[in-house]
Design a binder for this molecule. Structure first.
Ligand SMILES: CC(C)(COP(=O)(O)OP(=O)(O)OC[C@H]1O[C@@H](n2cnc3c(N)ncnc32)[C@H](O)[C@@H]1OP(=O)(O)O)[C@@H](O)C(=O)NCCC(=O)NCCS
Length: 145
């Protein structure tokens, strides 16, 4: 697998990949929103290709304090071949080189089986935290695209 920066020309491919991998795509995944994220994090938004085809994607973000991992997905036909680990290793190396102190990610409870994947990569569950969210504009936020 070769790892490259995501390009907006790949938009339809990654939406399709996320949907096929069971990722919930919502109002933060429109072309416009994805482009905003890309402009802020051009070196952290990565795709993996096998035979030219995009088979993996991860959206890394940095807010100036913490790093974040969103929407990691490997095409179901290519899972369990080490590609998810490869992509995460590359993203973690980039965060390390940026001297980011800590990186967070969120797992929806329906998807808790993926916890073991992250544990193998050295991630820890935070038992001391409760995640809370606030939606400033209900018209803006939608669960589905
Ligand atoms: C999670 C995901 C990205 C893993 O990618 P992958 O390429 O299949 O995983 P890898 O082959 O790199 O696996 C690395 C290790 O984790 C293990 N692993 C992978 N998926 C696992 C799972 N769901 N549960 C437990 N272990 C898992 C592998 O067996 C492997 O272990 P090993 O090193 O002992 O052989 C992929 O399954 C996926 O796209 N899932 C659907 C989308 C999703 O849930 N994304 C995460 C959102 S938080």
């Amino acid at each position: 697998m070769t790892i490259e920066h995501y390009d907006m020309d790949d938009y339809e491919h990654i939406i399709n990949l996320w949907e096929r991998a069971g990722i919930n795509v919502g109002s933060s995944d429109t072309r416009e929103e994805i482009e905003k994220m890309l402009n802020r994090n051009p070196n952290l938004f990565l795709v993996g290709r096998v035979d030219e085809k995009i088979i993996a994607v991860v959206l890394g973000g940095y807010d100036g304090r913490r790093g974040y991992v969103h929407h990691l997905a490997v095409d179901p036909e290519y899972q369990n071949k080490g590609y998810g680990k490869n992509l995460m290793d590359e993203l973690m190396l980039r965060f390390k080189n940026m001297k980011v102190h800590k990186i967070h990610l969120f797992i929806e409870k329906y998807n808790r089986s993926v916890i073991d994947f992250y544990m193998k990569l050295g991630w820890e569950i935070r038992g001391d935290l409760v995640m809370m969210s606030f939606i400033p504009d209900e018209n803006l936020y939608k669960w589905k695209l």
